[in-house]
Design a protein around this ligand. Sequence first.
Ligand code: PEP
Ligand code: MN
Length: 337
Amino acid sequence: MIIVLKPEATKKQVTHIVEKIRELGLKPMVSEGVERTIIGVIGPEDILRVQPLEVFPGVEKVMPVLKPYKLVSREFKPQSSVVSIGDVKVGGKKLVMMAGPCSVESLQMLQQTAKAVKQAGAQILRGGAFKPRTSPYSFQGLGEEGLKYLHEAAKSTGLKIITELMDPRDIALFEKYSDIIQIGARNMQNFALLKEAGQSDKPILLKRGLSATISEFLLAAEYILSQGNFNVILCERGIRAFEDQTRFTLDLQAVPVIKKLSHLPVVVDPSHATGQWDLVGPMAKAAIAAGADGLMIEVHPNPEAALSDGPQSLLPEKFVALVKELKKVATAVGRTL
Ligand code: PEP
Ligand code: MN
């Protein structure tokens, strides 16, 4: 249920309604818009039949949310959300660029990559320290050491850090070393992890599951918001389809579809979607044209020797050239990069 308040509703009236909702055993979620405040009500809504909220001063209307997801929906929050990571904003006119190696392999390679992507114009350094690998025999990441290297690289370049959390027990470490916590495609429906992320005050980037529908993706995000963390960025990274020429199939339709359904910012990862470095550029351009709020791109100083995802990683000089191209596409669609 959504309670839409009148534009002139006072703070006191909002507090009164919020208290009333709590008394009824329901959970209020307040969203303060530019023009008016909206209160989402989570819980068994039948209770509201005996206590209609329309009668409270300041209330304009009470509407059911027809979609299964509530807090992530545009019905709940009509204006697009902007997630702030310090001075970096995701969801505004300026596109955000997240770039870096698939895995953190050493401090030296990370510093080298960080410097290069910063110079090219990236604001956020990506790199996995705890890696979700299909085979238990593949490189699993450097663990806490990798997080420390990311922190070092951030200090020396001024870049923000995004890195993947796989185990809820590690959250304190991630809160210490990272700026954005990534939840990977394979963990999109790890509900314990989603709930933990929802209780963190760090922004969360949630990747779409390999076989997840958009509805399932948005419901996974709802888990995070329902715990109180509204700083969520969604990431389309390709889904499983019958085509096998590429690693996954980048569902670019998901970008405008999600933007219609949800207020959350959406970024696109063409590296994991295509699995091939020479396809990253074309799909990155297409993602910007489709309305993405940013990109996540894998860059490695020596892809041939990469411990994971070498074939899809761009050489730093290729990344520099691509960003130049992407700036033109951004301008063409009224954005900046
Ligand atoms: C990654 O970004 O490092 C990653 C493993 O991506 P995904 O979860 O999309 O496969
Ligand atoms: Mn990777």
